[in-house]
Structures are given as structure tokens and as C-alpha cells.
Design a protein around this ligand. Structure first.
Ligand code: GLA
Length: 389
């Protein structure tokens, strides 16, 4: 694979002398969904699938971006003298957004670069291909231009900044953080209120984490996502008139129940209820995992799904079908939607001796009910974004 990528790089850009090789993973979130913009906890891990990149500085002021997955766009060329978002750049707005974000933060590029990428994160699966590409570009820029003062969390924050302000999705920090700071065989217990985090070893003796891709990508994702975010902000504002809190993550359920009527809107109240309950569930789930109680971890995953489906309303028919099917199979300890929602993937913990039955039964019934196939991947937890050579 590396040879193919370097050969393509040389074909596009003349040769591959001094070109450097990078990798940035995708991520899956185990629990703690839609809590990261509410000052709550999340529990994601980096995957071993992700985005590979080859890059080399140029001497002029041109940026060249090429994707081997979307080769029909050809080489997208942008001048450093005009770093504006252009719809025609399509996917290249993600790496360009990082160049822009670096410049906004004072890390201005004096000369351009040639870049080629190829990724194996399934398209539109909700496994963070955009965060992967953003942080990949961050690692490339830091390395090629010597911005050594920047740490991995800075690169994650720049990724979020570019996604919020350049690409228009008001996402939280979870995806970029997980991609930047991932660690093999560990999930990241991150408190988004202050970005403090701990690695938690994911030791599953007789079960595995399985991702099921519904292969449904709903176009609503960005607009509905931004709506959920502002509904939570409104609920917080109302609660702040009676409580001294910075985010919904500061609340336990009891305090929330006592004061929720101040929100004065049934829908916003349900959104806030999810944010509060999900944060509490995440804290409990990480403790359960640490204590080796995978059964409890699985139950909390199931509760997370119900809350995302009914109170937060970010699931969809196909995902609910996958989760309902999974719940019926003996040996499935927990199953839920993962990521932003409205399609994408579920994450399940399945006993080793039930994995074949899980894939066969869920796969067959899903095809019958929905009319297209689901895809299954066994999770391998990998390291964060880095230079390979
Ligand atoms: C998307 C966003 C994240 C997070 C999740 C939901 O993946 O990018 O910041 O909010 O949705 O948990």
C-alpha cells in the first residue's frame, strides 16, 4: 500500500524525493454521546483504520491536495494568498481549513506543499474521517514547517476550530481529541469541561467490540447537529438563572430533576435530560470497565441508545433496527448508536463465541428489513496521529 501511494505521489508531483509519510486514525466512541459540547465526559478510542498522507514542502505559494479515494477531483490547487472556503474544493476544504486555522492562530505558512491522501475509513460511516483528515493535516503542517511548540491537543483544538469556523459544523472536541491522542488498546476518558483525560485499558477477556455500519448517511447530520447543540445551550441558559453551573455536565440527575421546569420547553428539557444522564452514565461505565464489570458497561450502552433514540432523537430507523436485532442475541452485552447520529454505525460488545451468530443473524435480518447489507468490523484500538517515515 505504501509503495502504491508513493508511486502515485511521484506520478503527480514529479518524484517522491524527501516526501514524508503520515497516518491519522478514525475513532469510535464507546459511550458518552453528545456530551462533549455540554462540558461532559466522553469515552472514545482511536482505530487502526484511518487516513494515510504523503507530503512535501514546495518553494512557491501553492497548496496541492490529492485524494486517491476521490481521484475524480484531481489535484486541488489553492494559493496561500487566498485561503477562502470554496465549495468546488470539496473534500480539500478539510486540509485547507487546517492551513487557514494555523494562520488564524499565528502559524503562517510561507511556502506551499504537495500532499496526497488515501483513507480506509468507510465513507460516511460516522467514524470520523473528517477529524482524521484534519489532525493528519495538523501533524503534517507541524512537522514540515517546524511548528514544534504545538502539542497533540493543540492540533485537536485547531481541527475543531477549522471544522467549526471553516467547514461549518459546530462539533465538539471529542473526535479530533481521540484521533490526536489515541493509544493502542486504551480508550480515552476525557472530561470536556477542562480537557483533562485518563487512558483506560480496554481489556476484554472473552468478548470483542464490533462496529456495524448501517451504510446509511442522512444528509441532516450537520443541520440537526447544530440544532441539538443550540437546544442544549438554551436549556443551559435557563438553568443558569437558578443554578451556578458552567455546563450541563456539572449536573447530576437529582439536581436536574429538581430544576428542569425552569427550561420551559418540553423538547429542550428532553435534550438536556439526555446530556445530563449520558454524562452520569459515562462516568459509571468507565468505573464498571475498570472493575471488570463488562455486563454493567453493556447495560449502560443500551441505556445510552434509548436516551439517544427517545430524548435526543438522533437515531434513525435503520440504526434502531440494527440495535433491536443485536439486543435479541444472547452474548451481546451491549449495543448502541455511536457518533453524531442519523445513520452511520452502531457499536456492540459481543462475547467471542457469539460473534459469528451475531454477524450472521443481524446481517441477514438487516438485509431483509432494510434492503441493503450492513458491514461488520472488529475493533482494534490503535495509536493517535503520527509521522510514519
Ligand atoms: C460528532 C461530533 C462530536 C460529538 C459527536 C456526538 O461526532 O463531531 O464532537 O459531539 O458527534 O457525541
Amino acid at each position: 500500500m505504501k509503495e502504491t501511494l508513493f508511486a502515485k505521489f511521484a506520478e503527480l508531483y514529479g518524484d517522491d524525493n524527501d516526501a514524508r509519510f503520515y497516518f491519522s486514525p478514525g475513532r469510535v466512541n464507546l459511550i458518552g454521546e453528545h456530551t462533549d459540547y455540554n462540558g461532559g465526559h466522553v469515552f472514545p478510542c482511536a482505530l487502526t483504520i484511518g487516513t494515510y498522507g504523503i507530503a512535501r514542502p514546495r518553494t512557491d505559494r501553492l497548496l496541492h491536495f490529492y485524494s486517491m479515494n476521490l481521484d475524480h477531483f484531481g489535484v486541488v490547487e489553492v494559493s496561500l494568498d487566498d485561503l477562502s472556503y470554496q465549495a468546488a474544493y470539496n473534500w480539500a476544504n478539510y486540509p485547507l481549513g487546517m492551513v487557514w486555522a494555523f494562520a488564524e492562530k499565528g502559524y503562517v505558512l510561507e511556502h506551499g506543499l504537495d500532499m496526497l491522501i488515501w483513507g480506509n475509513i468507510p465513507n460516511g460511516s460516522g467514524l470520523s474521517s473528517s477529524a482524521s483528515l484534519e489532525v493528519l493535516t495538523g501533524v503534517v503542517l507541524r512537522d514540515l514547517y517546524g511548528f514544534d511548540a504545538l502539542g497533540m491537543t493543540d492540533l485537536a483544538l485547531y481541527g475543531q476550530y477549522s471544522e467549526n469556523n471553516f467547514n461549518g459544523c459546530n462539533c465538539g472536541i471529542m473526535d479530533q481529541f481521540a484521533v490526536a491522542n489515541g493509544k493502542k488498546d486504551n480508550a480515552i476518558f476525557l472530561d470536556t469541561a477542562d480537557l483533562s483525560f485518563e487512558y483506560a485499558p480496554v481489556v476484554l477477556t472473552d468478548s470483542k467490540i464490533i462496529i456495524t455500519n448501517s451504510k446509511v448517511k442522512h444528509s441532516l447530520v450537520d443541520s440537526e447537529y447544530n440544532t441539538r447543540r443550540s437546544e442544549c445551550a438554551d436549556a443551559l441558559k435557563a438553568l443558569q438563572t437558578v443554578l451556578d453551573i458552567k455546563g450541563l455536565g456539572d449536573l447530576d440527575m437529582e439536581t436536574f430533576e429538581k430544576h428542569k421546569s425552569v427550561i420551559g420547553d418540553e423538547v429542550k428539557e428532553r435534550r438536556a435530560k439526555h446530556a445530563v444522564a449520558e454524562n452520569q452514565r459515562t462516568i459509571e461505565a468507565v468505573a464498571a470497565l475498570g472493575a471488570g464489570d463488562i455486563e454493567r458497561f453493556g447495560q449502560l450502552m443500551n441505556q445510552s441508545h434509548v436516551s439517544l433514540r427517545d430524548d435526543y432523537e438522533v437515531s434513525c430507523e435503520e440504526i434502531d433496527i440494527l440495535v433491536d436485532l443485536a439486543w435479541k442475541i444472547p452474548g451481546v452485552l451491549g449495543s448502541r448508536i455511536t457518533g453524531g447520529g442519523f445513520g452511520g454505525c452502531t457499536v456492540s460488545i459481543v462475547k467471542n463465541d457469539s460473534i459469528d451468530a451475531f454477524i450472521e443473524t443481524v446481517g441477514k435480518a438487516y438485509l431483509e428489513k432494510v434492503g441493503h447489507e450492513a458491514e461488520f468490523y472488529t475493533v482494534e484500538i490503535g495509536d493517535g496521529a503520527r509521522r510514519l517515515s
